[in-house]
Design a protein around this ligand. Structure first.
Ligand code: PDD
Length: 287
């Protein structure tokens, strides 16, 4: 089946889709993006994702490419043309095309690219949980903005892949865990506290993170937003990561040490099932 991409006002075949070489996304990573899950044909948490897009654009003084209502129509049309029932829709907004110069161009014509593809929920194939390795967090001080400037994340993820791991958790010089390369990091302490780092400039405030936090609170768990160290994570009873594509994913090993007994923990499994219900998915056990 042919895939289609939306690029600046028109749909083209995915393989022919292209942007100008002077697009500032290409020249400077002067661009932001969002990834939204589609489950059973519905968008998961679309409103919060588009709110975060507006925030990223605002923080960088970038013009919205189209109004939100038009953007929602474009997202739906991209999903429809690519016949995605379960998968992701990806959108990228850059500060547009201009002769290469670091300062903003005089025009405010942002570029918009939207693609979609089918994807099976990863939690089904990885029911035994995943391994993470750790790397130094070498990123800038505005990790709260979802920009396409992801080189540190790319390098850290490549390290994970080369180590046979699923993800890299990034660690500050003080020994604190910030987040994964494309997922937020969580631990469950021996005292059954569910801990994740507060949403400061040091991490991306994940939409899945916010949903899982609300679910955990609704279920009566003690959720604490605070900085936690790598040593604490190593000693934790359970650990997991959250993202649009990984949902709630148990972490069973950090570097060379098992987390807890090395199997997905019960609290993590409960949150995983609750999140799956929220997202309208079949539970991983039954998928
Ligand atoms: N990544 N932290 C980082 C650095 C991320 O890139 C992401 C998302 C998250 C989780 O955010 P959310 O729950 O909103 O997906 C945390 C997306 C999925 C990606 O780049 O593919």
């Amino acid at each position: 089946m042919s895939r289609f991409a939306y690029v600046n006002g028109r749909f083209t075949r995915h393989r022919d889709a292209a942007i100008h070489i002077e697009d500032r996304g290409y020249q400077f990573a002067d661009a932001v993006y969002e990834v939204i899950a589609i489950q059973n044909g519905s968008f998961v948490d679309e409103g919060p994702h588009l709110d975060r897009l507006d925030r990223s654009l605002g923080e960088l003084r970038m013009a919205p490419p189209v109004a939100r209502s038009a953007l929602k129509r474009i997202l739906r049309e991209t999903v429809r043309r690519n016949r995605v029932r379960d998968g992701i829709v990806y959108l990228q907004v850059s500060r547009g095309v201009a002769r290469r110069d670091h300062a903003f161009p005089a025009h405010r014509k942002s570029s918009l690219v939207v693609t979609a593809r089918s994807m099976k929920p990863k939690s089904a194939a990885l029911a035994d949980g995943v391994v993470v390795v750790t790397t130094e967090d070498i990123r800038w001080k505005r990790c709260d903005i979802k920009t396409v400037g992801l080189l540190p994340n790319v390098l850290a993820k490549q390290r994970a892949v080369e180590a046979g791991a699923y993800e890299s958790w990034m660690v500050t010089p003080d020994g604190d865990v910030t987040e994964g390369t494309s997922a937020n990091a969580w631990i469950v302490t021996a005292g059954r506290e569910v801990v994740t780092r507060p949403p400061t400039n040091a991490i991306l405030n994940g939409i899945t993170r916010r949903t899982v936090r609300a679910i955990a609170e609704r279920e009566g768990y003690a959720v604490v937003e605070r900085v936690f160290s790598l040593n604490e994570a190593r000693a934790a009873a359970e650990a997991f990561l959250t993202s649009t594509t990984s949902h709630v994913m148990p972490v069973v090993r950090i570097d060379d040490r098992p987390v807890g007994d090395g199997r997905p923990g019960p609290l993590t499994a409960a949150l995983q099932a609750d999140y799956a219900a929220h997202a309208g998915m079949a539970h991983p056990d039954t998928a």
